[in-house]
Design a protein around this ligand. Sequence first.
Ligand code: NDP
Ligand code: 2IT
Length: 444
Amino acid sequence: MSYVDEALARVKKQNPDQPEFNQAVYEVLESLRAVIEKNEDTYRRNALLERLTTPERIVMFRVPWVDDKGQVQVNNGYRVQFNSAIGPYKGGLRFHPSVNLSVIKFLGFEQVFKNSLTGLPIGGGKGGSDFDPKGKSDREVMAFCQSFMTELYKYIGADTDVPAGDIGVGGREIGYLFGQYKRIRSLYEGVLTGKGLTYGGSLARTQATGYGLLYLTEEMLKCNGKELAGKTVVVSGAGNVAIYAIEKAWQLGAKPVTCSDSTGWIYDPEGIDVALLKEVKEVKRARLTEYAKARPGAVYHEGKGVWSVKCDVALPCATQNELLLEDAKTLVANGCFAVAEGANMPTSLDATAYLQEHGVLFCPGKASNAGGVATSALEMTQNSQRLSWTFEEVDAKLKDIMVNIFHNLDAAAKEYGMEGNYVAGANIAGFLKVANAMDAQGIV
Ligand code: NDP
Ligand code: 2IT
């Protein structure tokens, strides 16, 4: 059996009840075959793949809090510290009812390679809870965040592990988490990123994931003799990533015509009104039905469906496994020629294969959504220097990072004989740096 197959079998056997984690590991290890085979004996002797697929540490804890009616609620809390070979653990916190250990492990595993691709000194981690901020009062969200941090603070720190936002964790949640950390540690340090601008946050962090996605997409199209300007773009999601992807798509001359949330989706033939979308989602925290009410030309549909809209470019920006094989077939049939992932693992394995086989340019999330964490690392740098850079400075660095990521993964794919396979390119480029650092640091 090849070493890759041995490692895959081990992960499957040890984590039979973790489908998302198995999916993420399968995608990465499959595309590393060419690299591993070159050095198979050494990698096997050093158990490199076993170490790479086993988190350095997992913390799981109880999060009790009191709701507005005086009822005690209990949620599960997680932090998976996956790999610190190239820097302190770094990665978001997700608050969503679907959160479990499999989801957090898949996200932490992806984060290791993503953070490596940014070129910045950050290891990989992820955390979260099955707590649902939706429909909760600010006081309930604060009570939950304070309880969550009262346990989590023991394991994190500005040079140890630096969490940030993800689904269900935005500026409000980061503020409450930061306040509680500072209070119980008596320490004002950059322990979280995505902070508010008055207490150590970085300009452009809010926009970074969506903007970065579009910078990379534009570069990918340019390098393939195409351009983004004038193209119709279909976006899923209506959260942090989707909103700023839509905003930057407009700025680059494209026309974004859809968005979606967990109950329905919008088709707006005139193009999505970003100011209205921000008002509905960021200010009112309301459903997309409110968008349709305020915009007579837009159509609201219940359920899923954005991938049925004819487009040139598709940007999944909501959640994992939201673009399935049938969706991929529809996109290809409608002439879509590029898919870049804003979310983490939104495209299933068979859908990815179908898109690639049909000549669609496909960029995986660990590369195309890396702008968020890259800008988080820039926030850490500013916190360490006790300085704040201007929006333009941060945005220019973000753009450089995204363009470099694309060229690195393009070059890695070419070097290993898989030109145009950006999934393989991203996995290989991300892996080589981490493997080298792990090797240099001995058996730890
Ligand atoms: P938000 O919570 O801001 O937004 C998530 C959006 O996706 C919401 O519109 C939400 O709907 C929708 N959504 C979430 N879960 C589901 C689901 N199970 N089914 C259907 N719709 C769903 O999160 P972000 O925008 O921050 O994150 C979106 C994706 O991007 C995630 O995969 C995340 O891991 C990834 N990502 C985020 C980064 C960041 O910096 N924030 C960085 C890199 C990746 P509703 O409005 O109804 O809640
Ligand atoms: O998936 C991700 O990269 C994020 N949610 C952002 C992580 C971060 O540390 O900014």
